[in-house]
Design a protein around this ligand. Structure first.
Ligand code: PLP
Length: 392
């Protein structure tokens, strides 16, 4: 019997090592990893530059706390600022913490600007922002809230991407709007770029903040450094994590100067956030992701994957209803139960992730090549054919 809290329904697979887009079990079976540890191992497994960065840092200094200047943290902060809309960065250890910092920053901004009553955020049905008490309240999903007492208050959920519904939900107590540019856990639902532009305009017109959760969609996953760049807009606050550490726990809250100025000493903190090990790996991730041509590679591979999947969806329209997503953040909405297709793929040596709305998530590492995409599509084809013939 396991000593672990039974909070996960685990697959039973146990991996001993990884290499690029592949994982190997204790008994040497190979799996094509189109899950990337849920969009985390952005550079695949055992990337030589990440190994070198972590090894080198591990021999010098692990942890000093944020009571001191941390050179790697300053450097990663400056690079994120340089490459994004942001002027300021706070480092945490996970996506949920990055979102928590974002929620706090949005509230604090209004507090120091003479509107302490503005603390509420408009959020969207089907959203996922993490598993802390505030982030489950922001996500608003009953299955995550049940049994955990009164939800943290301050979140007003609206259905769909309807700008009039958002406008109607904004009141005197509203601090901002919080959303994912592509809803990952919610089923790889793309927020229309036009809607994001309308939201930006609405936030500007009403003096509230646009807060984006790019924990899953960020750090190159969609073929841009951050997904909102496709819409040609910028947020006021953004949460980032997952791919930022390439497998080492790193989270970040990025803000404009005006918001950042509200977060004075003592208003927020983290013992581990931005420690030298995490920052060494984060900087190495950016060395690769921001190198010339890398994001173009992601966009090209994403296009190839989506084109191949579109023809598979035509061929197996009784299994795949729709192909969704952007870049290497792709979803297959299924006609059969998504878990059945995921099991069929796993039996054939390929790992994927379930999502809401009966979707199978494909999250290959960003370093994925054409051969691996072709192999993935051949595997999906075989799994669909077997499901059709009833062979599983
Ligand atoms: N926000 C989004 C959009 C996510 O997809 C996730 C995790 O899947 C989180 C927040 C929470 O991140 P973490 O599990 O690192 O706390």
């Amino acid at each position: 019997m396991s000593a672990l809290l039974p909070t996960y329904a685990r697959s039973g697979l146990s991996f001993a090592r990884g290499e690029g887009a592949f994982l190997f079990t204790e008994t040497g079976e190979r799996y094509l990893d189109f899950s990337s540890g849920i969009a985390v191992t952005a550079l695949g497994h055992a990337h030589p530059q990440l190994i070198e960065a972590l090894t080198e840092q591990s021999q010098k200094l692990w942890h000093v706390s944020n009571l001191h200047h941390i050179a790697g943290q300053e450097r990663l902060g400056e690079r994120l600022v340089e490459a994004s809309f942001a002027d300021k960065v706070f480092f945490a250890n996970s996506g949920a913490e990055a979102v928590e910092a974002s929620i706090k920053a949005a509230r604090r901004y209004h507090f120091v600007n003479g509107a302490p009553e503005r603390y509420r955020l408009v959020t969207f049905e089907g959203a996922f922002h993490g598993r802390t008490l505030a982030t489950i309240a922001a996500g608003g999903q009953e299955k995550h809230l049940e049994g955990f007492g009164p939800p943290v208050q301050g979140f007003d959920q609206v259905p769909g991407f309807d700008i009039d519904a958002v406008a109607a939900a904004i009141g005197d107590e509203t601090a901002g709007v919080l959303l994912e540019p592509i809803m990952g856990e919610g089923g790889m639902r793309e927020v229309p770029w036009r809607f994001l532009q309308d939201l930006r305009a609405l936030c500007d017109a009403t003096g509230i903040l646009l807060v984006l959760d790019e924990v899953q969609s960020g750090v190159g996953r969609t073929g841009r450094f951050y997904a909102h760049e496709w819409a040609g807009i910028t947020p006021d606050i953004m949460a980032s994590a997952k791919g930022l550490g390439g497998g080492f726990p790193v989270g970040a809250c990025l803000t404009t100067e005006a918001v950042g100025d509200a977060m004075t000493p003592g208003t927020h903190g983290s013992t581990f956030g931005g420690n030298p090990l995490a920052m060494a790996v984060g900087n190495a991730v950016l060395d690769v992701v921001l190198a010339p041509g890398f994001l173009e590679h992601v966009a090209q591979m994403g296009l190839r994957l989506k084109q191949r999947l579109a023809s598979l969806a035509d061929e197996h329209s009784d299994i795949i209803a729709e192909v969704r997503g952007q870049g290497l953040m792709v979803g297959l909405r299924c006609q059969v139960e998504n878990k059945t297709l995921i099991a069929g793929l796993r039996e054939r040596g390929m790992l994927t992730v379930p999502a809401g709305d009966n979707v199978v998530r494909l999250l290959p590492p960003l370093i994925v090549g054409e051969d691996e995409i072709d192999f993935a599509c051949t595997t999906i084809d075989a799994a669909c054919a077997a499901l059709k013939s009833g062979a599983s």
